[in-house]
Each structure stands twice: as structure tokens, then as C-alpha cells.
Design a protein around this ligand. Structure first.
Ligand SMILES: O=C(O)CCC(=O)C(=O)O
Ligand SMILES: [Fe+2]
Length: 196
């Protein structure tokens, strides 16, 4: 690195814009999670900013929340331990736990989540890592690509059912409109103290 007046800062050689792990959840585990979806609990997704209200241009999705109660501890523990391991290997952020409850998202035909960051002002300034678990088989839907914008390149995340994708919450990403079928995912955020 050529730096004028170097401070001798360490570099993170293992940083990656996103990483994925195939077969993170097996078919039985996915059935349990998909079974948590109850129509009467679904809500039209809110904006990431934490503000009340909806922005139809940014996002159209149905979500439900996975409460961290006893029956769901296995999922929080499984995702939490992977996030801790991944953070140790890749990012070295200060992390303290999940930010809000895990979210179950369901995208039907025409649903999408346009380009956004999971990080921003207010409570979401504590978000460090974002997690998405693919709960639908690629044969169940068309469109619905989880994509990352890395400079001027758009990169698709893997779609295989059971794959988990982890990325820093400050990376730009989207879910393209579903053109056929339904896509489901678990979305989670890991939070910690503000960056310093
Ligand atoms: O459904 C997904 O895989 C990701 C959704 C997303 O980016 C979010 O809820 O912040
Ligand atoms: Fe997001």
C-alpha cells in the first residue's frame, strides 16, 4: 500500500463482500422454519430505517418475525454460532447479538426489495452483519435473485435451498422482482457497538 504518512494500521486480508455456506439448514429444519409462517402474523414489510410507513418503491414483501422463544433457540444458536465464527475469520467486528428478531420473508409474484443497505442512521447504525438463508428451492420461483452491487458489478448470491449468505450490513444489495412462484428467506442482523 502506498500511504503518505502511514499510521501503521493493520489490514484485513480476509475481508469479503459476502460469503456463503451451502447446506446450512437441512430439509427437515427448513420445513420447521417454513411451518412457523402463520398468515395472521404476516405484515407488509417496513422500511429498513426503522421509520413507520411503507415505501412501495423500495420494497414489497410480506414478513413475519421469529420470536426468540425456547422452540426457536436452536435456530438462533445455529445462526449465531455461524455468525460468530464467520466474524472471527473474516471481519473482526465487535458483535453482541441479534438485532431485532429474525425475520421470515415471503416474496410472491411481483414482490421485490430494491437496492438498499441494512445499515444506516439510528438503531440500524448498530448493524454489523446481515444474514440471509435461502428457504426455497430455485425450482419454486423465477426472478427473486439476491444480488450484491460491488462497485459497478452486480453479483448473484447462490440460490440453493439451505444456503446461508452472510455479508457486512453496509454492502449494497437487493432482491429482484419475483416473476413466478414464491421465494422465502430468513433474514437476520447481528449488531454491536457503533463503528470506531
Ligand atoms: O430476502 C433476502 O434474502 C434479503 C432481504 C433483505 O435484504 C432484507 O430484508 O434486508
Ligand atoms: Fe437487506
Amino acid at each position: 500500500m502506498s500511504v503518505t504518512f502511514p499510521f501503521g494500521l493493520p489490514q484485513n486480508h480476509n475481508f469479503s463482500q459476502f460469503i456463503y455456506y451451502h447446506n446450512f439448514l437441512n430439509a427437515g429444519e427448513i420445513d420447521i422454519v417454513r411451518g412457523l409462517w402463520q398468515r395472521n402474523e404476516e405484515v407488509e414489510a417496513k422500511l429498513n430505517s426503522g421509520e413507520e410507513g411503507f415505501d412501495d418503491a423500495l420494497r414489497k414483501t410480506k414478513v413475519a418475525f421469529i420470536e426468540p422463544q425456547k422452540e426457536n433457540h436452536w435456530l438462533y444458536e445455529k445462526l449465531g454460532s455461524l455468525a460468530i465464527k464467520c466474524n472471527q475469520e473474516r471481519y473482526g467486528f465487535e458483535i453482541l447479538g441479534f438485532h431485532y428478531n429474525l425475520q421470515l420473508a415471503k416474496y410472491g409474484e411481483g414482490d421485490f426489495f430494491n437496492w438498499h443497505l441494512d445499515f444506516g442512521v439510528g438503531p440500524i447504525s448498530n448493524r454489523k452483519l446481515s444474514i440471509s438463508v435461502q428457504l426455497s428451492d430455485p425450482s419454486e420461483y423465477e426472478g427473486g435473485e439476491l444480488q450484491f452491487m460491488i462497485n459497478d458489478e452486480i453479483i448473484n448470491a447462490p440460490k440453493e435451498k439451505g444456503t446461508v449468505i452472510i455479508f457486512p450490513s453496509f454492502i449494497m444489495h437487493r432482491v429482484t422482482p419475483i416473476t413466478k412462484g414464491t421465494r422465502q428467506s430468513i433474514v437476520g442482523w447481528i449488531a454491536g457497538p457503533p463503528y470506531r
